[in-house]
Design a protein around this ligand. Structure first.
Ligand SMILES: CC(C)(COP(=O)(O)OP(=O)(O)OC[C@H]1O[C@@H](n2cnc3c(N)ncnc32)[C@H](O)[C@@H]1OP(=O)(O)O)[C@@H](O)C(=O)NCCC(=O)NCCS
Ligand SMILES: [Zn+2]
Length: 198
């Protein structure tokens, strides 16, 4: 493992070949698998799983017991809420047709990708292979079955878009600008939702 100036609980396990960049903190009972990388200044809570080869950018917050399975690619400034699941196997089986325990080569990984600044609410489930756009916000407990557009606010099972959220985290209504930071939005006739004007 290669890291400097990081804080890793002695009760966490960072496998050889994983990297945790400077300024990051990893709490107890978290497992970070070989080949994965955690960027700078990340906060990784307790009981988190980061699968082999997963890449996580800088300034991310991954809350307690979130599970980020193999194949996931997570940008910078991403929030993954407590207990959220980023899945990677659409048709899971423990065994092959001959009854042997499946090995890594016996199944196809379809990882989730999350763009910079996006947030995934507590207990949300993102099904394999889907993409969460930049600054999108997935509501707590949502089950994401499609890819999610940038700045989309989605809730429910299956997750449906109910609005637009600014990069600062504020929902944007009909006033065409963010009441918190002033960013301008325009109505996209194709989607019927507001999108940033630039
Ligand atoms: C999605 C979310 C951002 C919406 O917040 P909001 O804009 O204040 O929305 P409201 O509470 O006004 O609800 C708007 C509608 O969406 C529904 N809704 C809100 N959150 C929902 C959720 N997580 N799942 C399903 N429906 C939800 C409400 O019932 C309401 O429906 P209605 O219009 O039919 O009455 C928020 O509820 C949420 O889930 N945030 C994530 C919290 C979280 O996981 N934090 C992690 C750190 S602790
Ligand atoms: Zn804003």
């Amino acid at each position: 493992m290669a890291f400097s100036a990081v804080t890793i609980s002695p009760l966490a396990e960072v496998e050889n070949g994983a990297t945790v960049a400077e300024g990051s903190v990893v709490w107890q009972f978290t497992k970070i698998r070989a080949g994965s990388s955690i960027g700078k200044r990340c906060r990784i809570g307790g009981g988190v799983y980061v699968g082999a080869g997963v890449a996580i950018g800088d300034d991310c917050k991954i809350e307690n017991t979130a599970q980020v399975f193999e194949g996931a690619q997570v940008g910078s400034g991403v929030f993954i809420g407590p207990g959220a699941l980023l899945l990677n196997d659409s048709y899971p089986r423990a065994i092959t047709p001959s009854g042997a325990l499946k090995q890594a080569m016996d199944w196809t990984v379809k990882g989730v990708t999350v763009d910079d600044g996006a947030s995934i609410g507590g207990g949300a489930v993102v099904l394999p292979g889907h993409h969460i756009g930049r600054f999108a916000l997935v509501g707590a407990g949502a089950v994401v079955v499609t890819s999610i557009a940038p700045h989309a606010l989605v809730v429910g099972n299956p997750a449906r878009r109910i609005g637009t959220v600014c990069g600062c985290g504020t929902p944007v209504g009909e006033e065409l600008f963010c009441s918190a930071c002033g960013l301008d939005f325009v109505l996209d006739p194709a989607t019927g939702f507001l999108e940033p004007s630039r």
